[in-house]
Write a protein that binds this ligand. Structure first.
Ligand code: GTP
Ligand code: MG
Length: 367
């Protein structure tokens, strides 16, 4: 199945369903993207590290076992949340027999602790309270919770994109350090493995190491790379990338962008400019604007998504670092408070540590 919809069929058709619980966005942490101060290149060391994709060197057999290994890493990443959702829910029932207001309040607290978000947690509690008569033990509560979460995810997290253009142009955006470049590397590798011709445009010209990092990924994936000198106009790089992609008959053009700019340059304005420039070269492009979010930033990821969405109309989300200290509830929060499909999840730095989001698999990993 093509990851950008080429061969993808529409599996679910609820794309027009209403957005639920916008309230999550302003709760929790600050609404500002966690941008580093301009000029403070704290990422350079990390970039050098990231420049060497780790997936292929890793000798653990898990790394090579595809989907199963991915699921194992996802489960491990969600261990903390799983603990809360299983053990703590069981604890709720000690000495109690029925689901009353007190128990529901305690449950709501548990859900919020696992980053599900206030609004979404309230929504879940409401759904559960309607079924409280059927619940007399922890196992029943967990299974009802599981199916309610699944229905929340199924309602809003769709992968319905059908992109028929050649090339398909995907612009990848997000604040610094969330995993844009890594995600592009993984996507390029996956598309190339599916027999597609891929080109990457290095439109992050602000950070010195960015192009080097990208060229390592491009080489590894067997993708073409279009780059300009450091500090060049990102919109011009994107333009040239799309032009080259068209001329060379590539299937997929991935445009990497900066997550942080030098003083006084507005990130959103710059991204809009890149988008316009892509559109000028190829009407209808970019066909996908993929916002990358770091799951370890919790509710802040939800705030970032709404800011970027206001400026650029995001068409899909990728959520990275679900292998780290992330609380899995953030996935539920994102899916239920934003009407943007969550398309990819990342569970590591290796080339195969990215998968299409699968709600059922996710809920299985969660419980
Ligand atoms: N554990 C883990 N680390 C990840 C994942 N995705 C990316 N990373 C790491 O996150 C760090 C930042 O990734 P980058 O791809 O450089 O992030 P970026 O968004 O391109 O950053 P800027 O170019 O500075 O805006 C790197 O060390 C990556 O290896 C993931 O799914 N899990
Ligand atoms: Mg980058």
């Amino acid at each position: 199945m093509g990851w950008f919809g080429k061969k993808e069929k529409e599996e679910r058709t609820a794309s027009d369903r209403a957005v639920q619980g916008k309230g999550d966005i302003h709760e929790g942490q600050s609404a500002h993207p966690q941008n580093q101060p301009a000029g403070d290149d704290t990422l350079s060391g990390r970039a050098a590290e990231a420049a060497a994709p780790k997936g292929e060197e890793a000798d653990s057999s898990e790394k090579h076992s595809g989907k199963k290994g991915f699921f194992t890493r996802l489960k491990r990443g969600l261990a903390k949340t799983r603990n809360v959702l299983n053990t703590d829910i069981e604890d709720l029932f000690t000495g109690k027999r029925k689901v009353d207001e007190v128990l529901l309040e305690e449950l709501e607290e548990l859900l919020i602790t696992s980053d599900i978000g206030v609004q979404t947690s309230m929504n879940l509690i409401e759904r559960i309270s309607k079924q409280s008569a059927d619940i007399s033990e922890a196992g029943q509560l967990i299974s009802i919770l599981k199916s309610e979460i699944l229905s929340l995810l199924g309602d809003t997290c769709l992968t319905e994109t059908s992109l028929q253009a050649t090339p398909r142009v995907v612009m990848v955006i997000g604040v610094n350090g969330v995993g844009k470049t890594t995600t592009i590397g993984k996507l390029a590798a996956k598309a190339a493995a599916d027999g597609e011709k891929v080109l990457i445009a290095a439109a992050d010209t602000f950070r010195a190491a960015a192009v080097e990092q990208l060229s390592v990924w491009a080489e590894r994936a067997g993708a073409d790379l279009v780059r300009h000198r450091d500090g060049a106009d990102p919109a011009a790089v994107a333009f040239d990338g799309v032009e080259a992609g068209m001329a060379r008959g590539v299937d997929l053009v991935l445009v990497d962008t900066a997550g942080r700019l030098q003083t006084k340059t507005n990130l959103m304005a710059e991204l809009k400019k890149i988008k316009r420039s892509i559109e000028t070269k190829m009407p209808g492009a970019p066909h996908e604007i993929l916002l990358v979010l770091d799951a370890t930033t919790g509710q802040n990821a939800v705030s970032q998504a709404s800011l970027f969405n206001e400026a650029l109309e995001i068409s899909a989300l990728a959520l990275t670092k679900l292998d780290g200290t992330a609380k899995g509830g953030i996935v539920i929060s994102i899916c239920s408070s934003l009407n943007i499909p969550l398309k990819f999840i990342g569970v590591g730095e290796g080339i195969e540590d990215l998968q299409m989001f699968d709600a059922r698999e996710f809920v299985d990993a969660l419980f």
